[in-house]
Write a protein that binds this ligand. Structure first.
Ligand code: GUN
Length: 285
């Protein structure tokens, strides 16, 4: 029987820590603001953006919302980003992805000032992470490191296996685990004999994007299993992850559920990044 890692509880602890610091800054006259940009009305994106705004309210961070129509031009969006980059009252800028097809995500991400890039997607943020310089880190992997540390999981010296190599999760996750002195293996769709590798993982991070793909046959006895996936499947549209929870839970040492595992940590990670953005700004004044 695995210990269930309660992401909801741990994310609240992290948000409470952020809230206390935001309050202390407010008492010194410093307000923290996050600009949130949503283009179009993708239902999942709308839910994510609303959850981010709620977390801002909880932590005392001011959210400034830009809800733009689906047919917004790339030029118009880039113009708004320029304006927010130059606005000293805005600490962080978040453009919700995916964007409509006629807008280049690469151009948009590259236009956000690395000093306000609270999503950590800008090539400069990615570069800073890979050479160990301070900078913003993608919120999901940053949240997972917090989740591991706050659950008492020792990372240094452990073999961490990451399944998935996306720019948002897999790659930054591997970099962060390396920064925490784990030995890191990254597996992906072209990896041969994948189970031989995943079964070596003391820490197994599943970020494959396939519902319930990771069953007990992938998992080492006693491993810490972190499920990044979130899918709605079946008749009742029940939520599930990349991990087949029923199969893996009896084998794992610790496991995150879906929902209530990694999901809430992503948003808490974003709040922490906004606080860091404001602190960085203050130290440059
Ligand atoms: N779409 C899905 N995940 C994310 C995220 O972490 N940040 C942004 N901006 N968009 C997303």
């Amino acid at each position: 029987m695995a210990e269930i890692i309660d992401g909801k509880k741990i994310s609240t602890e992290l948000k409470d820590d952020v809230r206390a610091e935001v309050k202390a800054l407010k008492e010194k006259g410093v307000t923290i603001s996050l600009a949130v940009i949503l283009v179009g009305q993708d239902p999942a994106s709308t839910v994510y953006v609303n959850n981010k705004k709620k977390a801002c309210e909880y932590t005392g961070i001011k959210s400034v919302s830009y809800e733009l129509p689906e047919d917004t031009t790339e030029e118009k969006l880039l113009g708004l980003i320029d304006q927010l980059n130059n606005d000293p009252d805005i600490n962080g800028i978040l453009v919700q992805l995916p964007l409509p097809k006629h807008i280049s995500e690469k151009a948009v991400i590259g236009r956000i000032s690395p000093d306000k890039d609270v999503d950590g997607f800008h090539p400069e943020s990615v570069g800073r992470l890979s050479i160990g310089e301070p900078g913003f880190v993608s919120c999901t992997p940053a949240g997972i490191i917090e989740l591991l540390k706050r659950s008492g999981v020792e990372i240094a010296g452990k073999h961490a296996v990451v399944i998935g190599r996306s720019n948002i999760v897999g790659k930054p996750m591997a970099m962060l685990l390396l920064r925490e002195n784990a030995t890191v293996t990254v597996c992906h769709s072209k990896t041969k004999n994948i189970k031989e590798l995943t079964k070596q993982g003391d820490i197994l991070i599943a970020a494959v994007g396939k519902p319930r793909m990771i069953d007990a046959s992938y998992v080492k006895e006693g491993a810490v299993v972190i499920d990044v996936g979130i899918h709605r499947t079946g008749e009742g549209k029940k939520l599930c992850g990349d991990v087949d929870f029923e199969s893996v839970e009896p084998v794992a040492g610790m496991i995150t559920p879906v929902p209530g595992g990694v999901g809430p940590m992503t948003i808490a990670g974003l709040m922490k990044n906004c606080l860091e953005a404001a602190k960085m700004n203050l130290s440059q004044e």
